[in-house]
Design a protein around this ligand. Sequence first.
Ligand SMILES: [Zn+2]
Length: 437
Amino acid sequence: MPVKKFACLLICLLLCLPTAAWAEEPTIRVEIQPHQVRYSFDLPEYSFVYVTYDTANDSGETVLYAEDGHFEGVCQLPGTFEASRMGLNVYTLGQRQLLQTRLDLPDFSDEQAAGLSAEGAASRPENAAIWASPEGVHYSFLVPDRDTIVLRCKSAQEWHKITLYAPDCAYAGTVAMPFTYADDTMTVTVQSASGATLLEESLLMPYIPPAVPVDIPSARLQGLVVCIDPGHQRATQVETVQAGPNFSTMKTTTVGMAKGAVTGRMESQLVLEIGMKLRNVLMELGASVCMTREIQDTFVGMLDRADIPNRVNADFVLRLHCNSRSGSENVQGIEVYCPLSSSYAQQVADINSYRAMGETMLLAMQDATGMHKGACTLNDTYVGNNWSMMPSFLIEMGYMTNSEEDLLLSCPQYQDRLVQGMVQGIISLAQARGLIN
Ligand SMILES: [Zn+2]
């Protein structure tokens, strides 16, 4: 090979190497369609990101989750008709920019021309019906003499501002709110094209529990009775009860519960969601399951939480909670609490055996979730544990005061892992106690 040619090849190689490395840099891939832009990007180091988008007429912000770092989403742009620029930005949840892109959108005006009716005092929407379902916010109303309005939907996790055009001034449709959690509050505002508020409503994203399984494909846990006790309820009611069957001390309800550092969610809703998933998986395996509550708006007292499993003669009771530690936001992990010196607990198992059961449950959950921080503790603190006549475990599934764990706890895939861990724990304990093969 002539020296000159070799040198040329070498230079090319050197030039190509960094180019190849740059080609690995993540970019936002987009697919432009009339009134919507689909996007995707890969950020393997992240599970959660924050995305913002805006055109002259439509904009929004949303949290995205991807277990494998491959994120996908859609920007709904119902009010963007003319050729315009769109900005799309990706941030960490701590507001550090990761990716950004600017797009030139084509003219969609041949479909329908935006009205942007005259300024002046707009009247209040008539026949207004605004409600929420897991699909999003549904709206239907009439704004006399206004063929253009702006609709804003805001929750803790996302907001969308869209411009709507209706030549007959009658508006109806749905705004998707895919990242707004069940039981979360949303604000919906109807504004005139010039920004005057015409109507504002506060809505709750409903919680639709999973349907009771009808087919029982496996009889692995046939004959086993498990009680699931989702901790708390929407509103606290203070009561004072005897701390345990052999205790003279009284215990008064601790007011309050954990609240999500990022999600703002209530512990009572989170443990209900996970409890209902756990119920279904146990039932699918053939177990009988008893729930201390299946709704938020109810009251289950401290003693009820042991009386209910005692009455159905449950083999185990799992008492689901989420933890919080203000001032120590880095603390994470799963914690399992068992009773220590209650006379009922002593009839169930001696201290060492009880500890071994709690550790079996903890280990199963650590294996299933990959969360290896946490501990098993025996104490006299929990009334429900003290009064239970069967193995009773109060499980703190994670810290809602920790941003990462707070988001994970609301993430369906992580909830499934927690459920798998608890199911495996139940299977191991039922085998050890000779209840199943
Ligand atoms: Zn709790």
